[in-house]
Design a binder for this molecule. Structure first.
Ligand code: GLP
Length: 243
C-alpha cells in the first residue's frame, strides 16, 4: 500500500527496473514483460521512460506482450491499444519494434491470432513479469465477470459496464465503442512467473476488497491472484477503503 498514485507508479517502475537488471537479459534470453493499457499504468510508464532517459534502464533485450486489444478498431485509431502503447511508452524507449507484441484485432482469423499469441509466449519461455490494472468490476485484461479462471487468449464480448465506462474515450457515443476485444486469458496471466496488479482510486475499493478478502471467484477475475505464488498488488490508500 502506497500513499497515492504517484508513489504506486514509482514503486512499480522501480520494481520492473530491478527485475530486468537482476535477470540480465541478452538477445538469446530476453526478459518477457506483460503489459496493460488504461490509466492505471500511465504513471508507471512515465517513470520507466525517465529511468531509461537517465540511463538506469534499457529495453534493448526486453520482449513485451500486451494484454488486450479491441476488435475491428483500426490499428492507428487514437484509442486503439496499439496507439496507446506506442504513444505512452514504446516511442520513448529503446525497445526494438520487433520485440513488441500486441494482439491484432483486425486479423482475418481472430481465433488463429489468439492461438498464435499463446504459442509465441510459450516459444519465448513464458512471461517473467505480467503487469496489470483492473476494472472497477474486478476484471483483469478483458476477462469480464464470469470468465473462466482457466481461460486462455480469446475473443471476448465486453460487459455492458465496460462499454459504458469506455464511451468517454469515444466522443461519449456508445455506438462507437467496440463491443468485442481480444484478450489474454486469466490463466495466461497467472502462468507468468510474477504478476503485479496496480489498483488505485476509491472506485476500485470494492474490487480490491473482493479480490483479497473474499474467495477466489470467476465473478471477480482478479481474485485468481490469490492462487499465484508471486502475486503482488500495489495499491494506494484510496483503494483500501473497503478493507
Ligand atoms: C480496460 C482494460 C483493462 C484495464 C481497465 C481499467 O478494461 N482492458 O486492462 O485494467 O480498462 O482501466 P483504468 O486503469 O483506466 O482504470
Amino acid at each position: 500500500i502506497r500513499s497515492d498514485y504517484d508513489e504506486v507508479s514509482s514503486y512499480v517502475a522501480n520494481y520492473v527496473k530491478e527485475r530486468i537488471k537482476q535477470f540480465g537479459p541478452t538477445p538469446e534470453r530476453p526478459f518477457v514483460l506483460g503489459l496493460p493499457t488504461g490509466s492505471s499504468p500511465v504513471g508507471t510508464y512515465q517513470k520507466l521512460i525517465t529511468l531509461y532517459r537517465e540511463g538506469q534502464l534499457s529495453f534493448e533485450n526486453v520482449v513485451t506482450f500486451n494484454m488486450d486489444e479491441y476488435v475491428g478498431l483500426p490499428r492507428d485509431h487514437p484509442e486503439s491499444y496499439h496507439s496507446f502503447m506506442w504513444n505512452n511508452l514504446f516511442l520513448h524507449i529503446d525497445i526494438k519494434p520487433e520485440n513488441v507484441n500486441i494482439l491484432d484485432g483486425n486479423a482475418s482469423d481472430l481465433d488463429e491470432e489468439c492461438k498464435r499469441y499463446e504459442a509465441k509466449i510459450a516459444l519465448l519461455g513464458g512471461v517473467e513479469l505480467f503487469l496489470s490494472g483492473i476494472g472497477p468490476d474486478g476484471h483483469i485484461a478483458f476477462n469480464e465477470p464470469g470468465s473462466s479462471l482457466t481461460s486462455r487468449t480469446r475473443v471476448k464480448t465486453l460487459a455492458y459496464e465496460t462499454i459504458i465506462a469506455n464511451t468517454r474515450f469515444f466522443d461519449g457515443d456508445v455506438a462507437k465503442v467496440p463491443k468485442l476485444a481480444l484478450t489474454v486469458g486469466v490463466a495466461t496471466i497467472m502462468d507468468a512467473r510474477e504478476v503485479m496488479v496496480i489498483i488505485t482510486g476509491a472506485h476500485k475499493a470494492i474490487a480490491l476488497g473482493k479480490c483479497v478478502e473474499e474467495g477466489v471467484s470467476h465473478m471477480w477475475t482478479v481474485s485468481a491472484i490469490q492462487l499465484h505464488p508471486k502475486g503482488i498488488i500495489v495499491c494506494d490508500d484510496d483503494a483500501t477503503l473497503e478493507l
